[in-house]
Design a protein around this ligand. Structure first.
Ligand code: FAD
Length: 472
């Protein structure tokens, strides 16, 4: 036992006294984990294995009281503070060296209101948790394309996925949020209360407070018509040009993500395609089932696809379709940008990039940002790239750290070649830790207003382990 008053945690700004830690510990219902605890090694890990940080303390909050206590402790003790939802953020802001991590992963409460078509979900939920709960009622909320991603980081940064065209970004579907601010105050943010905070939360990331729970709008989505279509590389450029015209005219209830990937060696994919680089379309049609074949047919018939895996399937199955090739614990490197259009030059460069996807975990994705996502005004939410038509991301994942320099070079080379065609910035959730200018470029019209909201809710920049927006 360490005698009272003795220094036990050496932190950059301050030496924490045992008494302060004990007081904090006794205020909690959740677990407090330090470097000497058995749970520490697992608890400090995030999705991206490139991030190898050692926080001073990790608190696994179980309720709002724990979060308030932890925010107050971090502020009063001047600790570097990270907030962890699903831990998927590739730059690894959900952890830090020597500071405090507020881990929300134990807070998984969900309540669906089937009549009102809403769901209230706590900050520790993943999209898989939300899909599981809402699917029972034939409802769904727009999220991403991997079910293990946390709802918090994804929807606060925007949220692009299979339902973007039919129902907008994940952040467009936030109705209300319960938030703990940097002062340790509990506030509600929605159209009626704290409207400036509500505006900033919808795209501005984790800069403004810790969201305890989100209320989302739900949509009648149960069995969708979708799945993957593959083309061999010799047909990739023609397929991508066809996609460009097709998606521009497609009904909003059809979402198609264009991608380059390496076919996983297993069912349901034909053996001759195993481990081959292909162009792919990830299809999700949520309109009337009797129209599905007709709406999707042009894509299925174009250029003799090498594989057609589309058909009726439960939405959560599509939502978790990429999970097996997106496991945690691999080394990650990502680069991204918004695009206004897919010019012939962009197509040529993307195809060249796709031919070099190094393994089944890596890829180059072209997410459409259109349909309902375009009907929200540029300044209506913090997410301001409403005129971009696509958000691309090139990502390399590998279990072998030694392979990463080569993979990183592949990502960078193609991103460098595509960047001149960019709309200016990138989707904030696809950024690595790329500095202030890249963050500012993510919010061309809204950056100054975001800085002002930041000054109001977090003038001391307590929440700075994120794609940081500095207080005005
Ligand atoms: C495999 C994989 C697939 C992905 N697919 C998609 C996709 O299809 N579409 C898409 O849009 N994005 C996608 N992303 C990117 C994803 O949106 C971001 O990585 C997002 O930050 C993950 O959220 P998280 O809660 O899991 O991550 P965390 O690392 O836990 O959180 C990221 C940051 O968000 C903030 N944060 C999280 N929760 C809260 C909260 N409750 N209150 C306040 N701040 C909070 C914190 O600042 C934290 O540092 C994907 C990422 C991965 C790794």
């Amino acid at each position: 036992m360490i005698p009272s008053g003795q220094v036990i945690y050496k932190l950059p700004m301050i030496a924490l006294k045992e008494i302060a830690v004990q007081e904090f510990h006794s205020s909690l219902r959740g677990e407090l984990i330090g470097p000497a605890d058995a749970a520490y090694e697992e608890a400090r890990k995030v999705f991206n294995a490139m991030i190898d940080r050692r926080p001073g303390l990790i608190v696994r909050c179980v309720d709002v009281a724990d979060v308030i206590s932890a925010v107050n402790f971090a502020r009063e003790e001047n600790l570097l503070l990270s907030v962890r939802g699903g831990g998927h953020g590739v730059p690894g802001f959900a952890t830090n060296d020597d500071g405090l991590v507020i881990d929300l992963s134990r807070m998984k409460g969900i309540r669906v209101d089937p009549q009102g078509r809403t769901v209230r979900a706590q900050g520790g939920c993943t999209w898989g948790d939300v899909d599981h709960a809402t699917h029972a009622f034939g409802l769904a909320c727009p999220g991403g394309v991997v079910s293990t991603t946390g709802i918090g980081g994804l929807c606060l940064g925007g949220g692009i996925g299979h339902l973007t065209r039919p129902f907008g970004l994940a952040c467009d579907n936030i109705i209300s949020a319960d938030v703990v601010t940097a002062e340790g105050k509990f506030v509600v943010a929605n159209e009626k209360e704290n409207g400036d905070l509500f505006w900033a939360l919808r795209g501005g990331g984790g800069n403004f407070g810790i969201v305890i729970s989100f209320e989302f709008r739900l949509h009648p989505v149960s069995t969708i018509y979708g799945g993957p279509i593959f083309w061999t590389l010799d047909r990739a450029a023609a397929a991508m040009k066809f996609y460009r015209e097709f998606i521009a005219r497609a009904p909003e209830d059809l979402n198609v993500i264009f991608a380059f990937m390496v076919v996983p060696p297993g069912e349901p994919f034909p053996e001759h395609l195993h481990n081959k680089n292909v162009a792919a379309a990830a299809v999700c049609y949520v309109g009337p089932m009797d129209k599905a074949e007709q709406v999707v047919r042009p894509l299925k018939e174009f250029g003799l696809p090498a594989f057609d895996g589309t058909g009726p399937l439960p939405f959560p199955l599509l939502q978790s379709g990429f999970d097996a090739i997106a496991p945690p614990g691999l080394h990650n490197y990502w680069k991204a940008d918004f695009l206004l259009e897919l010019s012939d030059d962009v197509v040529a460069e993307f195809v060249s990039c796709g031919a070099g996807v190094p393994n089944i975990f890596s890829g180059a994705h072209m997410f459409p940002v259109s349909g309902v996502a375009h009907r929200v005004g540029k300044n209506e939410t913090a997410w301001s790239y409403r005129d971009a038509n696509f958000s691309h991301v090139i990502f390399a994942l590998d279990s072998d750290r030694a392979a990463m320099p080569g993979h990183t070079e592949w990502v960078r080379r193609h991103w460098d070649a595509l960047h001149p065609y960019s709309a200016g910035g990138a989707y904030v959730n696809f950024l690595m830790d790329e500095g202030e200018d890249r963050v500012a470029a993510s919010y061309p019209d809204n950056y100054q207003r975001l800085r002002e909201v930041k000054r109001k809710y977090d003038p001391g920049n307590l929440f700075r382990m994120n794609q940081n927006i500095k207080p005005a």
